[in-house]
Design a protein around this ligand. Sequence first.
Ligand SMILES: NC(=O)c1ccc[n+]([C@@H]2O[C@H](COP(=O)([O-])OP(=O)(O)OC[C@H]3O[C@@H](n4cnc5c(N)ncnc54)[C@H](O)[C@@H]3O)[C@@H](O)[C@H]2O)c1
Length: 270
Amino acid sequence: MGQFDNKTVIVTGGALGIGGAASLAFAREGANVTVMDLNRDAGEATVAKITSNGGKGLFVEADAGTSAGCRKTVDETVDAFGGLNIVFNNVGIQPPSSYMNAVDLPEEMWDRIIDVNLKSRFLMAKYSIPHMRKAGGGVIVSSASVQGLQSMPGVSAYAASKGGDLSLMRQLSLDFAADNIRVLAVNPGTIDTPMVRNATEAVGDDISVALSSYGKDHPLGRVGKPEEIAEVVLFLASDRASFMTGESVTVDGGMMAKGAWAGGAGAGID
Ligand SMILES: NC(=O)c1ccc[n+]([C@@H]2O[C@H](COP(=O)([O-])OP(=O)(O)OC[C@H]3O[C@@H](n4cnc5c(N)ncnc54)[C@H](O)[C@@H]3O)[C@@H](O)[C@H]2O)c1
């Protein structure tokens, strides 16, 4: 018996990184999993892994930053599996070419980041919630970020999208509590995914040196693994978190616990 037997889950950006780990973990626990992604090869490979392990998966090639992509993902999921119970709004982009302040950031780049990272949350809610209501309830979980809580210079659109994600999560939790729909988010610290590796490569840094350096910003002394975020997402989506809604859980190896005035891991302790 899996903890998500007879449940249907959509994972947006479900092919790689945190979404890929969550797709596999939900399927391992018995869920029917729709992997929605722009990357056909990677999405089909993730679904092949799910089915070769005896699970049920569906790949939907769609752009989460569009209304048509989100609607198609929900429609094809309901057609394939007969309903919808859980949405993991994982998709997110932070192109290295967007690292600039608001004066320099092209408006089109702002729009694209907000569409994929934030508007997709609204669109997935819009199209999913009617099916969750039919099922008597549901759960929506977002990948927000520690960058929705604090920030750094040069990431105006990404930081705004993540702060907006957390605010929309709270709003949806209020609007749909009476429908027995819980709405939550995770705030990952730095996680070893293609997003982080591609950004590191784009600035010409050595990946293992960079990951080890990013790890030092986290009191646990390392970056996280996609599976460590997926496990928390599964907990939030499960009945074990049945009294949780309107809240985010920070999964960052202790990074947000550390003040900007503090030194590296263990500083000042002897
Ligand atoms: N990796 C980190 O350090 C980190 C930290 C905090 C928050 N997050 C957030 O976690 C989420 C996942 O991050 P990740 O690092 O696993 O990302 P990733 O780039 O490694 O993987 C993202 C997946 O989404 C897909 N995708 C991208 N744009 C899409 C679109 N428009 N429509 C459909 N699919 C699309 C990609 O093909 C890929 O499979 C994002 O929301 C990100 O902002 C990541």
